[in-house]
Write a protein that binds this ligand. Structure first.
Ligand code: MN
Length: 308
């Protein structure tokens, strides 16, 4: 494969934006997928839920990958779908992801748009996706590159034979290291707000934890400074007793790309070797790519996008 990669952010069923972005990047149709003469596309996951053309997105992404023109990591929405559609052994009607009204609502557009066969085929494909990719000096992960956490997941995938019921039994128990590892890598580490403080997230839920800039150290930052995303976070001191995870990404480590954070505004690298390509296409924002050509210092000039 080439050393020229286009890293594309969370798509969430927006096939039209995906086709426009790939065309803008110089890719052309190749079967159901897209191909570029000398570039490879890297997808950060979160293909499903929310948008209007989920089956089309899966068809394009899978054909592009099958033809050797792309690679993808798993997003939290794909992991959730695996758990949502896997029955807990020994139970009649209980699933590894509880079918609560909140979880059904989050997954609704996928359930509405895909037939039963398409769904089971999609879930089987999700189970083949890696949680992290390192290739030719670049790293891709859905939410946070935390080497020790990625290693825990890789080890469990080997032990349990990928995303099997045995894997899910461990991963869905909050006391297990594997549970924390999945949370950290696919959803990103979160910081507890001081007692009595909360935010209201994009779906109107009250939360007492916030997503953070895991690639920075928290020393000297307030909760608002350290937050990554578009939530309105109180400007209060971080209590180090609330920090349960090592933070920071070495400035000399390989560049890492992620999605997940629903950023807004003009795309910019988050650090010299960290960039997010999720700019909220599913909320009227942009579908964003970063065009990477081997550079160790990322540049704002290398983002490319289409509006939703
Ligand atoms: Mn996500």
């Amino acid at each position: 494969m080439s050393k020229h990669f286009d890293i594309i952010g969370d798509i969430h069923g927006h096939a039209d934006a995906l086709r426009r972005l790939l065309t803008e990047l110089g890719y052309h149709r190749h079967g159901d997928g897209f191909r570029h003469r000398d570039r490879t596309v890297l997808f950060v996951g979160d293909f499903i839920d929310r948008g209007p053309a989920i089956a089309d997105v899966l068809r394009i992404v899978r054909a592009t990958i099958d033809a050797g023109d792309g690679l993808a990591v798993m997003g939290n929405h794909e992991f959730n779908a695996i758990a949502f559609h896997t029955c807990i052994p020994g139970t009649n009607n209980r699933w590894f992801r509880e079918r609560s009204s909140k979880n059904c609502h989050q997954h609704k557009s996928t359930l509405d748009q895909l037939s039963a066969n398409e769904l089971s085929d999609a879930v089987a494909w999700f189970s083949t996706l890696p949680v992290a990719i390192e290739i030719d000096g670049v790293r891709v992960v859905h939410a946070a590159w935390q080497a020790s956490q990625i290693e825990i997941i890789r080890h469990s995938l080997q032990t349990f034979g990928r995303f099997t019921v045995e894997f899910l039994s461990e991963a869905m128990r909050p006391s297990r290291d594997l549970h924390a590892a999945i949370e950290n890598v696919l959803k990103g580490p979160e910081l507890a707000l001081p007692a009595g403080r909360h935010i209201v997230d994009k779906s109107g839920q009250k939360r007492n934890t916030v997503r953070v800039k895991w690639y920075e150290t928290f020393t000297g930052q307030t909760c608002r400074d350290f937050h990554l995303g578009s939530d309105d976070v109180p400007d209060v001191t971080i209590d180090s007793a609330d920090v349960h995870c090592p933070f920071g990404y070495p400035p000399d480590a390989a560049p890492v790309f992620m999605g997940h954070y629903w950023l807004t505004g003009t795309p910019n690298p988050l650090a010299s070797n960290v960039a997010c390509t999720d700019y909220s296409v599913a909320k009227g924002g942009k579908l964003v790519a970063y065009r990477w050509d081997g550079e160790s210092e990322l540049s704002s000039k290398k983002f490319c996008w289409v509006s939703s």
